[in-house]
Design a binder for this molecule. Structure first.
Ligand code: G6P
Ligand code: MN
Length: 452
């Protein structure tokens, strides 16, 4: 089978390729098209992947290209993870908002909306190319903000595009691990939008083990979420929030900490990624090692501001994505491909069309919920309804997401203003106006979209 990776020159491509190398089921991916707009990154990444494939006799063939049509044509699966505007765009997403005293983050808050505005048109166009040249392909969208991008792409591809995030499965694994349970045997009851969800129960042999965790100070405190949210707040909520809810529940602290740290995540990554690609281009046979050390550093400083550290001095080293047994990022994608192509039925938390699963949201809204995946596609599982707080926040953010998509597709600054002004983390219409102006001034790819 052919897999096309949109954004194939990107830093996380080796996760996917490593997972493919170790996958021996049938049918399997034997051809990987790597599409990227940056030829030199594509070259560097191809060299790293080739190095990783050493010793694997049946390594999937690599076809790097800057030609989107050629990359997509005849694909069975498309994996999309790209960053329109690059890391300089991410820095502006953060800084324009922080300069106005509101959250500057790549997916949550106004920064995520600016990121979406420039990304939606590109991904909708990619969706059209996929519809025409790979009509049977399933699209696994990792491109952030994943919920918004997936919903926009669904207008072209329907249920053949699903959004993937590694945070719900990561949360499930951490809870299982903390309780000493085999994470492959637990089933999570989770509801939300992407980066805005809650784990409500964790079933093990049919029994909900979450109350056990909530009752245990030591275990809760040892978990990353205990650290980020505080044991008391988690217990008060009675559910475990997705780590991105830190930016809502602790908004002031988050803004202050990021501003005081002097370096945003985007600042840190712009430096470290530029130096990685430069050095990797010259590293020859050791480029894969360089990738591994860079990944470890990137993982260690992930969400540093939520854990009492800074990008340069993270408080705590956390095992994330680097453990091949976890395969966080790529594992979910591989699971989807196996379930669909081999009819290996699996339940997974994915971003899919609501279709009545959550009564308070439109049927065609994309939500992040447990689904059953098999050869017939992806089906959301019926679930208990969210409580008032959860549905309220989801509905508000969904409205914002829809104005964002409308702004991106029509170029309307009024729609953009509505999106920013209605966002729960933007506290004034005046600030929303400044945000629209600031993003148009600072990010050429946003200016190119918002023309009306
Ligand atoms: C998690 C999220 C992804 C996000 C990534 C950011 O894995 O689920 O959606 O892209 O973190 O990591 P970064 O290293 O880019 O800050
Ligand atoms: Mn995510």
């Amino acid at each position: 089978m052919k897999l096309c990776i949109l954004g194939g020159g990107g830093f996380r491509t080796p996760y996917v390729y490593q997972a493919l190398l170790r996958d021996h089921g049938s049918p399997r991916i034997d051809e990987v098209a790597l599409y990227d707009v940056d030829e030199s990154r594509l070259h560097t990444m191809t060299a790293i992947l080739t190095e990783l494939a050493t010793g694997f006799e049946d390594a999937p063939a690599l076809a790097p290209t800057t030609d989107l049509h050629r990359a997509v044509e005849g694909s069975d699966f498309v994996f999309a993870a790209l960053r329109v505007g690059g890391l300089e765009g991410r820095r502006c997403d953060e800084h324009v908002a922080l300069d106005l005293g509101v959250l500057g983050q790549e997916t949550t808050g106004p920064g995520g909306l600016a990121y979406a505005i420039r990304t939606v048109p590109v991904m909708v166009e990619a969706a059209r190319v996929i519809r025409d040249l790979a009509p049977n392909a399933y699209v696994m969208n990792f491109t952030n903000p994943a919920g918004i991008i997936t919903e926009a792409m669904q207008s072209v591809l329907g249920d053949r595009v699903l959004g993937i995030c590694d945070t719900p499965s990561g949360l499930g694994r951490r809870v299982a691990g903390t309780l000493g349970l085999d994470h492959t045997r637990v089933q999570m009851d989770y509801v939300g939008l992407n980066h805005l969800g809650w784990m409500r129960r964790l079933l093990y042999d049919g029994r909900d083990v979450l109350p056990e965790l909530l009752a245990d100070d030591g275990k809760l405190a040892a978990m990353e979420e205990g650290h980020v949210f505080g044991v008391d707040w988690i217990r008060t909520l009675g559910v475990i929030p997705n780590e991105y809810l830190f930016y809502y529940y602790n908004n002031r602290d988050a803004v202050r900490t990021i501003v005081d740290s002097g370096k945003t995540r985007g600042d840190f990554l712009a430096e470290s990624q530029a130096s990685f690609y430069e050095r990797a281009a010259q590293a020859g046979d050791s480029a894969a090692d360089l990738w591994r050390t860079t990944v470890a550093r990137r993982s260690a400083s992930y969400m540093a501001e939520a854990k009492g550290g800074t990008q340069d001095a993270p408080a705590e080293v956390r095992e994330r994505e680097t453990d091949p047994a976890h395969q966080g990022y790529a594992g979910v994608a591989l699971g989807v491909m196996a379930a669909i192509s081999r009819n290996e039925r699996q339940t997974m938390i994915l971003n899919v069309r609501n279709s009545g699963t959550i009564a308070g949201l439109p049927a065609d809204a994309v939500v992040e919920v447990p689904t059953m995946v098999d050869a017939n596609g992806v089906h959301p599982l019926t679930t208990d309804q969210p409580d008032l707080h959860q549905i309220g926040l989801m509905a508000q953010v969904k409205a914002v997401e829809r104005h964002t998509i409308a702004a991106a597709l029509t170029g309307s600054k009024d729609e953009a203003l509505k999106a920013f002004a209605l966002h729960p983390l933007v506290d004034s219409v005046a600030v929303a106006r400044d945000l629209v102006r600031g993003y148009v001034d600072r990010i050429p790819e946003v200016a190119a979209v918002l023309t009306r």
